[in-house]
Ligand binder design. Structure first.
Ligand code: TNX
Length: 543
């Protein structure tokens, strides 16, 4: 594995010899010494990061003793034109971190003193997100069989570069060094997700993008966008203007949330932003429960009681609403919503939530609604995703429906097991391990505690494949970490709950189970937390 031997390299020795010589000749000729200073190479700055601090832990890595130097004269090259977006991303990253952009070459064979090479090499065997990174004194090569693999490799490189604040203090001019070495890496799970609840707390487009950038850094590849809930409807739907003019106006603790929704244009922009980071966006329209905001907008069409539901709703109760099953308009409503969103969604899934309906909801009504909802989603070219609790009670759903499991008990989960028996794959989100909105401990001001406390060690120490009896590695597509918004008031609050558990769960999703040890993770985490703090991210520090 990694070798941490850090010895000065040849150029550094040269630098030291030069200093001694200068001291020796000082009395004889100051001018000669000045001449020496400018002619001899400066000692290279020591790399700021080591391979053993990369999160999530790569499958294998090895650190050498020499240095690669990145300077404004380094060149970015690639062997395939389709990598242009990754080149642009890499260059923006270098600019943001080091303050200069690198020249790019359209010829792979052009020589340069040092280069960063992105190499696409088709292969049928490898995982589609696998990548290799080889760093020599002359170049950094990142190779993969897909653009996504190259992108994941760029994230490992990012963690070997300094943070933007470190680079501002660069004493050696425009030279940055990285240890020579090798990384060979691929993910454990194909689905590594994060969920953002923009209904209970609304986030601006820029804030959403900031969070998507955090996901990219730790190699997440799914952004589950919880767009609707009792407290607020957050997406414009043509033909249903009151969903936004009325339904978007509240949030938890807020009676008059102004402009608290995304236009379809903004939605498409967020999808594209995620796509550029090889992150699939899964929109969620929570039904048939969690629909107070939609009902308040159209009580005559979606609500049974002939009255109006209490609105705005700023509380945090669940199981308080359901669509009115005896009204056929609910299907037009659902169809129009899916018809608006599906064509702007590049990923294959639309999430329907589907849990926590009020007690009065009849199982047969629920089943009929979900079967028709599945049909509507399929008719718009997408697949359905929903919580196993209660989607697992619906017999007759096709195999391509994806179930998401939140229960915290080991022998609980009839609904999840039903879905497994039906051939559906499962995304594991056991609340006690993955919920980012749980308090870390009793002293945490933000967060809920209905599923217990979720400190860093607790969120690290679990194996998705042994959480539920009968749900094994083969049934599991991946894991997801939801950030519910009941106690969030700002991006800073969200960061406090996200960090550092986003890193913990990134490693659960990416790294081989047998190589994960909490002690060594803590060392990696300490270094990452230092970097995040330097950048001003509001990280919860461990006790
Ligand atoms: C459960 S588990 C919920 C959400 C809450 C969350 C708070 C599940 C699918 N639903 O409605 O916001 O707990 O932790």
């Amino acid at each position: 594995m990694s070798s941490n031997l850090i010895l000065p390299n040849a150029t550094q020795w040269l630098g030291r010899a030069k200093s001694l010589l200068c001291v020796g000749v000082l009395q004889i000729s100051l001018t000669a010494c000045t001449f020496f200073e400018s002619e001899l190479p400066q000692p290279l700055p020591k790399p700021t990061a080591t391979y053993d601090s990369v999160v999530p832990l790569p499958v294998s890595f090895e650190q050498g003793r020499e240095y690669f130097s990145l300077t404004p004269n380094s060149l970015i090259k690639s062997n395939d034109n389709s990598l242009q977006p990754e080149i642009t991303y890499l260059n923006a990253m270098v600019k943001q971190t080091l303050g200069f952009e690198l020249a790019t070459s359209d010829s792979f064979w052009k020589t340069s003193p040092s280069s960063v090479e992105l190499i696409l090499k088709p292969s049928t065997q490898q995982d589609s997100e696998a990548y290799d990174m080889v760093v020599t004194e002359k170049n950094i090569q990142i190779s993969a069989s897909t653009r996504a693999g190259i992108f994941r490799g760029i994230q490992s490189l990012k963690q070997l570069l300094p943070t933007p604040t470190e680079s501002k203090g660069n004493p050696n001019g425009l030279v940055w060094t990285i240890y020579t070495g090798e990384i060979s890496d691929q993910p454990r799970y194909a689905y590594r997700g994060f969920m953002l609840d923009v209904s209970r707390h609304f986030y601006s487009v820029d804030e959403v993008k900031t969070i998507i950038d955090y996901l990219a850094e730790y190699k997440y590849n799914v952004f589950h966008f919880h767009l609707t809930d009792d407290q607020g409807w957050r997406i414009e739907i043509p033909g249903w203007p009151k969903l936004t003019s009325v339904g978007s106006r509240s949030a938890v603790g807020m009676e008059d949330c102004d402009n608290c929704y995304y236009t379809l244009e903004q939605y498409a922009d967020i999808v594209a932003y995620a796509d550029a980071r090889h992150i699939t966006l899964i929109p969620e329209i929570d039904t048939p429960g969690h629909v107070r905001a939609a009902q308040a907008s159209y009580p005559e069409l979606l609500y049974c009681d002939g009255d109006k539901p209490e609105w705005p709703y700023t509380g945090i109760k669940v199981k308080i609403s359901s669509l009115c099953f005896k009204n056929p308009d609910i299907y037009d409503f659902f169809n129009d919503v899916v018809a608006a969103i599906a064509p702007l969604t590049t990923g294959p899934y639309i999430h329907v939530g589907g849990d926590e309906t009020p007690k009065w909801v009849d199982k047969k009504d629920y089943r009929e609604f979900m079967l028709r909802a599945q049909f509507i989603i399929a008719s718009h070219g997408k697949k359905m995703m929903g919580w196993t609790n209660d989607l697992g009670n619906v017999k007759g759903l096709p195999e391509n429906v994806l179930g998401q499991h939140w229960s915290i008990k080991k022998t609980c989960c009839e609904t999840t097991l039903n879905m497994v028996a039906q051939g559906n794959q499962i995304v594991m989100s056991p609340a006690n391990k993955t919920y980012l909105d749980l308090k870390y401990n009793k002293d945490t001001k933000l967060g809920l505690k209905w599923a217990g406390f979720n400190d860093v060690e607790n969120s690290y120490n679990w194996n998705p494949a042994t959480m539920v009896e009968g749900v094994n590695e083969d049934h599991i597509l991946g894991i997801e970490a939801p950030l519910w918004g009941e106690t969030v008031n700002s991006l800073e609050d969200a960061e406090y709950l996200i960090f550092p558990r986003l890193l913990t769960l990134a490693e659960v999703a990416w790294s081989p189970q047998e190589q994960r040890q909490f002690d060594s993770f803590q060392n990696r985490l300490d270094k990452q937390v230092q970097r995040l703090k330097q950048r001003g991210v509001n990280v919860h520090l461990q006790d």
